[in-house]
Design a binder for this molecule. Structure first.
Ligand code: ADQ
Length: 451
């Protein structure tokens, strides 16, 4: 049995905050050994051996997990909110399970709430109904929800058959947070168009039946100090990776992603193919290392994507390979955060090519972990991170030609400019780290309450 931190931006962001502040995280226990490690009240201390906070498990049946998590959340809301031209599926049976799971979580939350002034911080699109369910039972609770993915415009959102229930559930919150102002604006427009309410554009809030919900942007981030300080053994690990994959003397680019159609992994490989066609002088000198964590594999589109990526890597490697060199090394497995850091520290180039992304923490992790070296970041314009990391080489991943040109431009950028740009981005990520993100949310809530 192993303790695994899932490959997930939400977990990467929330775990360090709970480690620092303590508290209780209430979450689905979905792994096959989770029941073995809880007490009679479904709780355990985390991380094991150095308990900093309490993890309380909510157990879902297979049917609930299929309908609530894989179905409505990830085949419905996920594609609805990401503009990647993947059609969302809305099934009444999934919606029933989504409602039931939100009710289960409401029970699990309410029974833990302290007698006075509790604060509940809800994460993501899996819990749109939960804020209202909690408020009905505990009107004195302060409830905030952070939406980790984009919020679409009203026309897009209006195709969801359960739009009113979702908006009504979310407006049980005192505060709803998004990564960027644009998604806040979309949310306000959506409420304005689709439900009976008053939108206050001065206070940036939605008022419904005397209840006011504030909407604010809080760009999420990483623990820059932790990522920046490589442990002493990292040097030998970097050497081991270089030896194992014959990277010595090569220009090394990396990609680190959950295998998800929003991350633009196929577009990235097509751009590498085009780059090697246009710039044959880089054959034998350029290696792209992709770390890909299998994700949501029970969903057909994810299963198909994984097979398509395997095939594409095979095709591109076969087309360009010479002697023992192949351009793409693909490691399809889950890595621990400690295993990923040496890759960030050795790469000359990191490529983040999401077709759409709320923020993208890989871009920020790379910037924080790359060190004081001449390294570059290629970053999709369609990530929230692109708004803060203006010193990255920004690309439209749909334009394979532009993307291939950006790979060349990033490689050939003078070292001094690479260093300067990385330094600017490192300062941004160090200033706006994940603790500031959490502190800003709490400060805003406290100020709103006082008002
Ligand atoms: P995600 O879509 O999960 O998050 P992202 O922000 O890119 O995406 O974070 C992915 C995390 O998984 C990173 O911490 C990364 O290190 C890790 N990871 C990637 N590949 C891995 C692998 N092979 N093995 C192990 N770990 C791996 C959602 C939104 C994002 C938003 C975050 C946080 O979709 O837009 O940035 O929430 O709000």
């Amino acid at each position: 049995m192993r303790c695994v931190r899932p490959a997930s931006g939400v977990v990467a962001a929330i775990d360090p905050i709970l480690r620092a502040c303590g508290g209780m995280w209430i979450a689905h226990g979905g792994a096959n050994a989770d029941r073995k490690f809880v007490n009679s009240r479904s709780k355990l201390g985390v991380p094991p051996g150095d308990e900093r906070y309490i993890l309380k498990r909510v157990w879902l049946t297979k049917e609930e997990e299929a309908g609530y998590y894989y179905g409505f959340s990830n085949e419905g809301l996920w594609p609805l909110c990401h503009v990647t031209h993947t059609r969302p599926a809305f099934r009444e049976s999934d919606w029933r399970m989504y409602r039931r799971a939100n009710e289960k979580f409401a029970d699990a939350v309410v029974e833990e709430l302290p007698a006075r002034a509790p604060f509940v911080f809800i994460q993501d699109y899996h819990f749109t109904l939960l804020p209202r369910l909690i408020k009905e039972r505990r009107p004195d609770a302060t409830v905030a929800l952070f939406w980790h993915i984009p919020w679409p415009n009203p026309e897009v959102f209006a195709i969801c058959p359960y739009q009113h229930e979702i908006l009504d559930g979310m407006l049980g919150c005192d505060l709803v947070g998004f990564h960027v102002q644009y998604h806040c604006n979309n949310f306000l427009d959506t409420a304005n168009r689709l439900i009976e309410c008053r939108v206050d554009t001065e206070r940036f809030s939605v008022v419904q039946a005397q209840k006011e919900t504030f909407v604010r942007a809080f760009p999420i981030s990483v623990d820059a100090d932790l990522l920046g300080g490589l442990p002493p053994e990292a040097g030998s690990e970097i050497e081991r990776i270089r030896r194992e994959f014959a990277l010595e003397g090569k220009i090394v680019a990396i990609g680190v992603d959950r295998i998800d159609y929003t991350k633009g992994i196929k577009e990235r490989f097509l751009a590498i193919d085009r780059f090697l066609e246009k710039c044959p002088e880089y054959r034998g000198r350029f290696v792209f290392m992709q770390l890909g964590a299998p994700s949501r594999t029970h969903i057909k589109s994810y299963h198909d994507l994984s097979a398509e990526i395997d095939e594409l890597v095979h095709k591109i490697n076969w087309k360009h390979s010479e002697d023992s060199w192949s351009p793409i090394i693909y490691q399809r497995r889950h890595f621990t955060p400690e295993e990923i850091r040496p890759y960030y520290a050795l790469a000359d180039l990191c490529v983040v090519s999401s077709l759409h992304d709320g923020m993208n923490l890989v871009a920020k992790e790379f910037v924080a972990a790359a060190g004081d070296r001449p390294a570059a970041l290629i970053l999709s314009r369609f990530t929230g991170a692109a708004r803060e990391l203006a010193d990255a080489v920004l690309v439209n991943p749909y334009s394979i030609e532009e993307f291939a040109g950006a790979i060349r431009a990033a490689i050939e950028m003078p070292d001094e400019e690479k260093r300067k740009r990385l330094e600017n981005m490192r300062a941004t990520v160090a200033d706006n780290n994940v603790y500031r993100w959490a502190a800003n949310i709490i400060t805003e809530l406290t100020a709103l309450k006082k008002e």
